[in-house]
Design a protein around this ligand. Structure first.
Ligand code: KG4
Ligand code: ZN
Length: 339
């Protein structure tokens, strides 16, 4: 019998709805919120209001694209955290109402586990990693290295003690006057610049821990000094600055990943989250693969940023175990990877 799951993602500023059938995605529709660019970051109040506006049209579009009727769904999966509470509440309340109205199982999903489980989606031409594998999850809110033993068992090896990798891109971009989120623009410009032209302070962190706030300060002080002497510095050097900043962030991520692979003896390496779209990071990973050191798993672009598909595949694995939630389930802004 077919297992058909609706995945509902509303943890931050994207309303995304997917329909999955037996590990294959039939539709993955996302409504982005452009409004936040004006403010240089996500404004929680505006995000929850936009989710309210977007959720019904996005659900309708996904069902139409998948050619699935609500009564054909086997279960309703939704993000219960971590994320912005007001945003999470929109998806959570919607999922509960749908589950109640259709009398179908309700399945809560952890957003950070879901980023990783996106690697188990069945796609033409894409190989799924065998267990165990390591996953570097890098987004605007998180930076983690996780050992993935099965869809149901993950060990957090390390995470950031301050800013996330995506935040490091966005904050560096803000200092240089780039629009939010600056990650994609830094990536684009980095391809035109010299990654070794400028050097910034590298953190010394134990084991698998990350820290990016020192890098941000180092960039800020360097640019303040240069701009005092030469107000045209940023404009003239922007591509080289982007290339050098990207190189610094990618080096910090790769050094820890290499250490994790060495210590665990696991050479299947996956990446997840918005920053996994970064071409410098992808290049560095593929270089390790071409040296014969690693087998690398890079998700399709539509599954890197926040998306309903990753929630649907997570719901599918919980459905197999009949791991359902009741209507008393609540969303949580903070939620550890293990929960
Ligand atoms: O996973 P995501 O869509 O949202 C969450 O934070 O959960 O990640 C967004 C982050 C932003 O910080 C954005 O600047 C970064 O991912 N990002 C990139 C690239 N594309 C998105 N950073 C570097 N290079 C990119 N190509
Ligand atoms: Zn995310």
């Amino acid at each position: 019998m077919d297992i058909t799951i609706m995945g509902i993602e509303s943890s931050c500023d994207d309303t995304s709805i997917a329909i999955l059938q037996n590990r294959k995605i039939l539709a993955n529709v996302t409504a982005n919120q452009k409004i936040h660019a004006e403010y240089g970051g996500v404004v929680p109040e505006l995000a929850s209001r936009a989710h309210q506006q977007n959720i019904i049209p996005t659900v309708e579009a996904a069902l139409k694209q998948a050619n699935i009727k609500l009564e054909n769904l086997s279960g309703i999966a939704f993000t219960s955290g971590p994320g912005l509470l007001g945003s999470l509440l929109v998806g959570t309340s919607f999922a509960k109402s749908l589950s109640l109205a259709l009398n179908k199982p309700l399945i809560e999903v952890n957003h950070m586990r879901a980023h990783i489980l996106a690697h188990l989606i069945e796609e033409d031409g894409q190989e799924n990693p065998e267990f165990p594998f390591l996953c570097l999850t890098v987004s605007g809110g998180h930076t983690q290295i996780v050992q993935v033993n099965s869809p149901y068992s993950m060990d957090l090896l390390g995470s950031t003690i301050d800013d996330a990798a995506g935040e490091a891109f966005d904050k560096a971009g803000k200092i240089m006057g780039l629009a939010y989120p600056a990650g994609p623009e830094i990536d684009r410009r980095a391809q035109l610049g010299d990654p070794l032209k400028f050097e910034f302070a590298k953190p010394k962190m134990p084991d698998f821990q990350f820290s990016f706030s020192g890098l941000k300060t180092s960039i800020l002080y360097f640019l303040q000094k240069q701009m005092k002497e030469d107000p045209g510095f940023i404009d003239r050097e922007l591509d080289h600055l982007c290339a050098s900043i990207q190189h610094s962030i990618v080096t910090i991520l790769m050094d820890k990943l290499k250490l994790a692979a060495q210590k665990t003896g696991i050479n299947r390496i996956a990446i997840a989250g918005g920053v996994s779209a970064n071409s410098g990071l992808r290049e560095a990973l593929l270089k390790e693969e071409s040296k014969g050191n690693w087998k690398v798993f890079i998700p399709s672009f539509q599954f890197t940023t926040d998306n309903g598909a990753m929630i649907a595949i997570s719901g599918y694995y919980k459905y197999l175990q009949e791991d359902f939630s009741d209507l008393s389930i609540i969303a949580s802004a903070r939620k550890p990877l293990e929960a």
